[in-house]
Design a protein around this ligand. Structure first.
Ligand code: BDP
Length: 691
């Protein structure tokens, strides 16, 4: 296996009893007639392929229920059986993306009904049914009623016209622009895979947007891509360059108040919708990192967003306006987007959704939850999460981010509203994508767990991380108990492990310009380590005032060194090395210990994987092991650099290790910063003396 099939492998079920059961329960398909390109046709094809693979018997489509084991799929409008046997008011309540999967006796036979008010819901329903078999669940008495928690379930590609990918680590762009409008099997599989986990749309080009994506030539090419996506219920979206009226339209300005500019966007929208009638809308990064925007014309972000929103409104389009403002000044960055956007609450048109990154800086391994989530009650909001592991090990390190995203969704903003958690506030998410041109899509075979996990959480943020991880493991590697237990636990601990050997206590930005290797020295303005302590003072009392952006009691909790959660301590406070954490350790000892423990945990990850050698197919085993070998090397470099750095700053000895121990840990070569590592170990003579 080369990993191409990701979690849609549909291998024959390996437990005899279960296999017999599934063979009885699923014998034939009864589906409404549907033309090629119709979502219902995709659903029928997929369910036939999936059930045939999983049962090892050819399941065929029939025109009516013939015997026990019929799978009936459809909407009330397309299937008389669905109309007759499924409660219409319930389907309406579940909405066009929701569905039911029910065991029912129909025409005297045992059947399974997958029904929805909308065709897309039927597609999601059949993937749910297949997932039950893939994860070896009991399917005899199904009574499933599902609706997505979020209407907007998007992935964002940061892909460029030359097929390079901003923050892509799996080869080139997954999209072959030159070949468009022709698309091949890979695009079909791309769309199927996303649909299988309920993704509803995709933004195909980089937020640092090349205006050429809106040119007539390019739009014509994109019709081919939109057609494949449509077949699988996905809408195409584009990142728009705010200055396109100048660069493409030849106008002298892109000022949102200029009538010529307004007309240009109206015409552009009309052209797009003529070519792509179900176009989803625009994503815009404005006035950030050199991108053009309304602020250059003395207008606000709301003025800019509303300009585009009005152009797409007649066609039902939306504008996702990024609430992320990259500020190269460490002093102001954490507050920048809050201070820019919060005053604009209530000023955005109804079809604008402001897209807010999970934290106030930029996808660091640990950040507080973005204060904007609790601060814009009159504005539609969505979360931006980063599936591609820009700062979390790229395609070398295993870092399963679902536990992090769960914390974001569950975060109580304490805003005065009925559901003050992030999950209750946002109406969708955009996940910055990790798929590339590599045969296995993500290079690191285990990193597709993040793609799957992101999608499953945006569908239902209440799912437990354990459940999501285990589901992915079973679907991707099969249901061998050892594999399931081992790999699930590898995934679940890996984010905190990554945090342990990289960035302590919310420090962030200890990373080099490649966003991969450690480089604490070059980030001194960020980590603010000196002889007495470390961390960035963002308090109101003595720092940059960031804590004021939160509602009480969060603002007080963060403001006080005593009550600030340990994991955010260095994000919010400048802390003496001797400060005792809630764990009872001094801050500096915590830094030392977590880095040593973190590296040990990476050795543990590799050992766990090795224990699965005879249980995982050769190719995926080897590819993953090769990644874990590199992770061990990189984690060693991280440990040595970071503990060396903090020792160098504070000259505080490590209470719990001696250099002899370090030396004896023979399988952990000391890479970076080794003179410091020797020097910092407690109560020991220097290496030379001891030798
Ligand atoms: C940062 C990336 C940069 C993106 C920017 C953004 O380093 O490549 O363009 O964010 O999200 O994470 O706009």
């Amino acid at each position: 296996e080369d990993g191409y099939e990701l979690w849609l492998r549909y291998r024959k079920v390996d437990k005899p009893d279960l296999l017999a059961e599934y063979r009885r329960t699923f014998t034939h398909l009864v589906a409404p007639p549907a033309a090629d390109g119709d979502v219902l046709r995709s659903a029928a094809t997929e369910v036939l392929q999936g059930l045939s693979g999983l049962t090892g018997r050819t399941v065929t489509q029939q025109s009516k229920v013939q015997r026990d084991g019929a799978v009936i799929i459809g909407t009330p409008a397309t299937s008389a059986l669905v109309a007759q046997y499924v409660d219409r008011s319930e389907l309406r309540a579940l909405g066009p993306d929701g569905y039911v999967v029910l065991s029912r006796r129909i025409a005297g036979h045992a059947t399974t009904v997958v029904a929805s008010e909308g065709k897309r819901g039927v597609l999601y329903g059949i993937f749910h049914l297949l997932r039950l078999l893939q994860t070896q669940r009991d399917v005899r008495r199904l009574d499933i009623h599902e609706r997505p928690a979020n209407a907007l379930r998007l992935v964002d590609h940061w892909d460029n016209l030359d097929r390079s990918v901003e923050r892509g680590y799996a080869g080139e762009s997954v999209f072959d622009w030159d070949a468009l409008p022709t698309t091949g099997q890979r695009m079909t599989d791309y769309a199927r895979t996303l649909a299988s986990v309920g993704i509803s749309g995709t933004v195909v080009n980089n937020v640092n947007a090349n205006p050429v994506f809106l040119s007539t030539d390019m739009l014509q090419k994109l019709t081919g891509l939109a057609a494949v996506l449509r077949t699988w219920g996905l809408t195409l979206h584009l990142s728009a360059n705010f200055a396109a009226p100048i660069s493409l339209g030849g106008l002298a300005t892109a000022d949102p108040f200029d009538e010529g500019v307004q007309a240009w966007w109206r015409d552009k929208a009309r052209e797009i919708y003529q070519l792509i009638p179900d176009f989803g809308g625009f994503l815009v990064k404005a006035d950030s990192e050199g991108q053009p925007g309304p602020v250059s014309y003395g207008r606000t972000h709301a003025d800019g967003a509303n300009l585009l929103a009005r152009a797409v409104k007649p066609y039902g389009g939306i504008v996702m306006w990024r609430g992320f403002i990259h500020d190269f000044d460490p002093v102001t960055w954490a507050s920048k987007s809050y201070l820019t956007f919060q005053p604009l609450d209530g000023k955005f048109d109804p079809n604008v959704i402001v897209q807010v990154k999970n934290g106030p800086i930029d996808f660091q391994v640990r950040e507080p939850v973005h204060p904007l989530f609790g601060a814009m009650p009159q504005t539609r909001l969505m979360a931006e999460l980063q599936i591609t592991q820009e700062y979390t090990g790229q395609s070398t390190h295993l870092c399963y981010l679902v536990p992090e995203w769960k914390q974001v969704y569950d975060f109580d903003t304490h805003a005065a509203r009925p559901e003050p958690t992030v999950a209750g506030i946002v109406e969708g998410a955009a996940g910055v994508m990790n798929f590339g041109s590599d045969r296995n899509w993500t290079r690191h075979p285990l990193n597709a767990a993040n793609t799957h996990g992101y999608a499953r959480l945006v569908w239902n943020p209440a799912l437990a991380a354990e459940e999501v991880a285990e589901e992915w493991v079973r679907m991707t590697f099969g249901s061998d108990d050892r594999v399931v237990r081992t790999l699930t636990s590898m995934l679940l601990g890996s984010w905190e492990t990554y945090e342990d050997y990289t960035s302590p206590l919310g420090s962030g930005f200890l990373i080099g310009i490649d966003h991969f290797t450690p480089s604490p020295e070059s980030n001194a303005p960020w980590n603010r380590a000196d002889a007495e302590g470390a961390g960035f003072d963002r308090t109101v009392a003595t720092g940059v005032g960031f804590t004021a952006h939160y509602h009480p009691p969060l603002s007080q909790q963060y403001e006080s060194l005593a009550s600030c959660p340990d994991e955010l301590l260095m994000f919010i406070h400048h802390v003496p090395y001797s400060h005792r954490l809630h764990s009872g350790k001094t801050m500096i000892q915590h830094i030392y210990d977590t880095h040593f423990d973190g590296l040990d945990a990476v050795h543990g990850l590799r050992a766990s994987w090795r224990s699965l050698r005879s249980r995982v197919d050769r190719r995926r085993y080897d590819t993953t092991l090769e990644r874990l070998d590199r992770q061990v090397e990189q984690a060693t470099l991280w440990r040595d650099s970071i503990v060396g750095y903090y020792f160098d700053k504070g000259r505080v000895l490590d209470e719990s290790r001696s250099w002899v121990q370090l030396k004896q840990a023979g399988d952990q070569p000391l890479l970076g910063g080794w003179p410091n590592l020797f020097a910092m170990t407690a109560g020991n003579a220097s290496p030379r003396q001891a030798e």
